[in-house]
Design a protein around this ligand. Structure first.
Ligand code: TXD
Length: 320
């Protein structure tokens, strides 16, 4: 159990995170910070605290609209951002305008972490994932161990769920990795997908796997369309907590995360979804795994997309 975990952004994902951190007793104190008036963060924490006697957990909460609530947090999970919605004049912001707004929020988030919990290990969830983690790295100046993005655990969980359904087996039997950027170019690694330790092709036909991999790439959008307002929020929160628990309990667990590459896969200085070992120091090791030629080509294309996003972040930084 940690002394304190901080959550930035108390929207849909942030709300599930605070509930789950409390229920799982991951920390004695939970901080929730959100800029939303009048006091969204305080309201969400009070709701959970008032329910605590029912489930029987003792947690303390520091909630508010300023970053000082994060003081002393050992792990911080970042969900802060704004979705695409009409501007006051009724038009929709362009992708670049939205990115600029979210990078501005990320700058505030980074400054808050630096001021109040500079040694925290940071797990960032906010979208656009690849751009936000890249910017956060610049603001925090953090080494590879201390900053990690969450996307691969969720994308792989979706892949695993679809494979389990098609194979007619428990989700617990399916292992999978989805690597690369968090977007259309993500790469489900079929050669690393196992059902009870056996190659997935023994259980699911190749054309069905093609369909599953395509569905995995657009799984986020599928949920958005069904919900109507907002995106998936339970599975992203659980996925981030899979990472947090590996860190809190020093599990040395391997999972796909967005990690800073320092020469691995031939890449320097970009955050890319790769298998990594998570323990009490954060990202303790990045694993280079064998890939088929086709998977390697797909991963290279995805890395190109991440590189373009990083360039976009640099050019927006230059204009702001
Ligand atoms: O796999 C993944 N990484 C993801 C990412 C899967 C699903 C959703 N993913 C993204 O997570 C999503 O596109 C968003 O960028 C974040 C958070 O999703 P959520 O559904 O929780 O969004 P909400 O409900 O809009 O919550 C965001 C909150 C909201 O309450 C704002 O008031 C707050 O962020 N916000 C801020 N908090 C702190 N500080 C600042 N500056 C700030 N600005 C907005």
């Amino acid at each position: 159990m940690l002394s304190k975990i901080g959550v930035i952004g108390g929207g849909m994902i942030g709300g599930v995170l605070v509930q789950e951190i409390s229920r799982r007793r991951l920390a004695r104190r939970v901080a929730l910070m959100d800029v939303m008036p009048p006091e969204l963060a305080k309201g969400k924490c009070l709701d959970i605290a008032e329910g605590s006697p029912v489930l029987g957990f003792d947690a303390g909460y520091d909630a508010g609209r300023s970053y000082d609530v994060l003081e002393g947090a050992e792990v911080v999970i970042n969900t802060a951002g704004v979705p695409r919605k009409p501007k006051p004049d009724g038009t929709l912001p362009t992708r670049e305008e939205l990115l600029k707004i979210n990078l501005g929020i990320t700058d505030q988030v980074g400054a808050g972490i630096k001021k109040y919990c500079p040694d925290a290990i940071v797990i960032s969830i906010a979208n656009p994932l690849d751009a936000i983690v890249y910017r956060l790295k610049q603001v925090l100046g953090a080494g590879r161990e201390r900053l990690v993005g969450m996307a691969g655990v969720l994308d792989s969980a979706r892949y695993r769920y679809f494979v389990a359904e098609a194979a007619g087996v428990s989700v617990e039997n399916v292992e999978a990795l989805v690597l690369g950027g968090h977007g259309d170019t993500m790469v489900p690694i079929r050669s690393a997908c196992r059902v009870a330790g056996l190659p997935v092709e023994l259980f699911v036909e190749p054309d069905v796997l093609d369909g599953i991999e395509a569905r995995t790439r657009s799984a986020g959008g599928e949920v958005v369309k069904l919900i109507g307002t907002g995106s998936a929020f339970v599975s992203p929160a659980w996925s981030a907590l899979e990472m947090a628990e590996a860190i809190i309990y020093d599990k040395k667990k391997v999972m796909p995360v967005s990690a800073l590459l320092e020469g691995e896969y031939g890449v320097e200085g970009l955050y890319v979804g790769v298998p990594a070992l998570l323990g009490s120091n954060g990202v303790e090791k990045v694993l280079e795994i064998p890939l088929t030629d086709d998977e390697r080509a797909q991963l290279d294309r995805s890395i190109d997309a991440v590189r373009n996003t990083a360039r976009e972040v640099e050019s927006i930084a230059g204009t702001s």
